[in-house]
Design a protein around this ligand. Structure first.
Ligand code: PGA
Length: 240
């Protein structure tokens, strides 16, 4: 596991942007695993900027997002479909048919999503944020790891953390559909970005703690190609 610390949150996120740009440059038909949330926004800004300057071509890129809320319309600006359109897809030359997000409708089919990922040849590089409770995607702390894409009931901690995007915590959907830990571990390379003091314990537990489904990100200790990029605040408990 590679661990890099940066002075600012922006620098940590930009380092992720560099890794994705390198992947797209090296392999024009890469399969990207993408994430939503506040953390990856600067990485997407960099990719958009480099696309505008003619450096990055998304015409053969295929993408699979980690997760989506259940029961939220795709047109709702708070859906992850809308987030991705706003921050990346609407601003680069990716083909609509190459974009995949799990479906948040009532008949969400996780196995079909897993099959699409497998049939595409697997994810080359997976971007991850981390929840302050150690979740990756919406794999919440649990008694066991879940392999494939599945519907999850969000924890109170996650609902509270995500309430900032909604008018109130009451409006945050209670369920989401998320790639499983197995999908994430099957990616050829994983890039996790953690910023801010409220992620410090999760970063410490992920890197130094036991591998446990109580800290879902801790499984990344077993990944053969995992890079963790943190700002100083998120790395503050990593003393040596
Ligand atoms: P954040 O979310 O980037 O908005 O902090 C990360 C996550 O919950 O995975």
């Amino acid at each position: 596991m590679e661990f890099h610390v940066y002075d600012t949150a922006r620098e940590a996120c930009e380092a992720a942007g560099f890794l994705f740009a390198a992947q797209i440059t090296r392999k024009g038909d890469s399969i990207l695993g993408l994430a939503t949330g506040s953390t990856p926004i600067p990485a997407y800004e960099m990719m958009v900027e480099w696309h505008k300057r003619g450096v990055l071509d998304f015409s053969r890129i295929r993408t699979f997002n980690l997760d989506e809320y259940v029961g939220i319309d795709y047109k709702n600006p708070l859906s992850y479909h809308a987030f991705m359109e706003e921050n990346l897809f609407g601003k680069v030359n990716i083909r609509k048919e190459n974009i995949h997000l799990p479906s948040g409708n009532a008949a969400a089919d996780g196995e079909a999503y897993d099959k699409m990922i497998r049939d595409a040849g697997g994810i080359d590089i997976q971007l991850l944020g981390i929840g302050r409770n150690g979740h990756i995607g919406f794999n919440e702390p649990a008694d066991e790891f879940t392999y494939g894409t599945h519907v999850v009931t969000l924890t109170e901690d996650t609902i509270e953390a995500n309430a900032r995007f909604f008018k109130s915590a009451d409006e945050v959907p209670r369920q989401a559909i998320s790639m499983g830990v197995g999908n994430i571990m099957a990616a050829k390379c994983v890039v996790l970005v953690a910023t801010g003091a409220n992620k410090a314990q999760a970063v410490y537990d992920t890197i130094r703690g036991p591998i446990t489904p109580r800290v879902p990100a801790s499984i990344l200790q077993l990944h053969p190609c995992c890079v963790i990029l943190a700002d100083r605040e998120a790395a503050s408990l990593m003393k040596d």
